[in-house]
Design a protein around this ligand. Structure first.
Ligand SMILES: [Zn+2]
Length: 319
């Protein structure tokens, strides 16, 4: 009898459950600043109905829409790379953006428009890092463009990044698996292997690199690199959103078992998925409340060497 009642009631309860979950998350996030270490800076797309009515200038419309997403989700700082033009524009309109050039940009890829030269002019980049206009380098597109990460062409860029302690986002996975072949004819997923960074790290041991998409194909290699270099951090975007949880969650657990959990940071990667990615972290039930807050903010604050003053300001921003 009891079982039968349960069967009748359950279908009515099911749609209600996620709503209660949302309230729990909202409560948890109250006054919690969040650092998003993986966004993409791009032009505005006129066909994007999320923001194409916000501003007559479609590029500005996209930035305004992103700022609204940041406001809604307590994002106080975001690391993002893209075309030089937009990497300069975005932080001008919203100083929560720590931006820089995609490395390298791909002249065939629409997302990278305008890509006048694959690698930025070194003198210009040096001055943009020096005066604080740029505070980021990445995401790397070595795998999608078929370029070896230790290619000597990048040496002067590593040198600059090390000198100014610029965070670098390295795409450490084989995916994405749905891609535009015309934009990436030289695709070579082997070049997403973070072990290929070891000669670079040997030469520039103070590079501040984090490995994007940790629980993907190269998770063991990521752990190997992180064990060798204390300043190498990681995030779990895309894989944690698209792959079944049972496939990637044990790898995140392994990160903690290996004593590397305090180097996991929060990221969203795909436009409009900040909340979804917040939920992914929140729903790792075996993480303590403290560890979740570390992922949302503290680990990245340490990685980025934020000052006490900056941290205080971030908490004030979400009061
Ligand atoms: Zn990526």
């Amino acid at each position: 009898m009891k079982k039968k009642l349960f069967q009748i009631v359950l279908p009515f309860l099911l749609p209600v459950l996620p709503v209660a979950g949302q309230e729990d998350i909202d409560e948890f996030l109250r006054n919690q600043p969040i650092i998003d270490v993986h966004i993409h800076i791009t032009k505005g797309y006129t066909d994007n109905e999320d923001y194409n009515k916000l501003n007559p200038d479609i590029d500005i419309a996209k930035i305004e829409w992103m700022s609204q997403r940041f406001d809604q989700n307590n994002i106080v700082l975001a690391l993002g790379g893209g075309p030089m033009k937009y990497a300069k524009l975005w932080p001008k309109l919203d100083d929560r953006h720590w931006s820089g050039p995609r490395l390298p940009c791909n002249p065939l890829r629409e997302q990278d428009e305008p890509c006048e030269s694959e690698l930025p002019d070194l003198k210009e980049l040096d001055s943009l890092f020096a005066n604080g206009t740029f505070r980021y380098l990445g995401e790397t597109s070595f795998h999608s463009m078929g370029i070896h990460p230790a290619d000597e062409r990048f040496d002067p860029y590593w040198e600059l990044a090390e000198k100014y302690q610029i965070p670098i986002g390295f795409h450490a996975d084989a995916g994405p698996f749905k891609r535009n072949m015309a934009e990436t004819p030289n695709w070579n997923e082997e070049y997403g292997n973070p072990l290929l960074l070891l000669p670079v790290l040997k030469k520039y041991p103070d590079l501040k690199i984090y490995l994007m998409h940790y629980p993907g194909r190269y998770f063991e290699e990521c752990i190997e690199v992180m064990k060798k270099y204390d300043q190498v951090y990681c995030e779990i975007t895309a894989v944690s959103m698209f792959a079944p949880k049972e496939r990637w969650e044990p790898k995140v657990k392994k990160l903690y078992d290996e004593g590397l959990g305090d180097r996991l940071m929060f990221g969203s990667d795909y436009v409009g998925t900040i909340r979804k990615n917040i939920e992914i972290i929140y729903n790792l039930e075996w993480l303590t409340e403290h560890q979740k807050r570390d992922v949302y903010y503290n680990n990245a604050a340490r990685f980025l060497n934020l000052s006490e003053e900056q941290i205080k300001k971030h908490y004030e921003m979400v009061e």
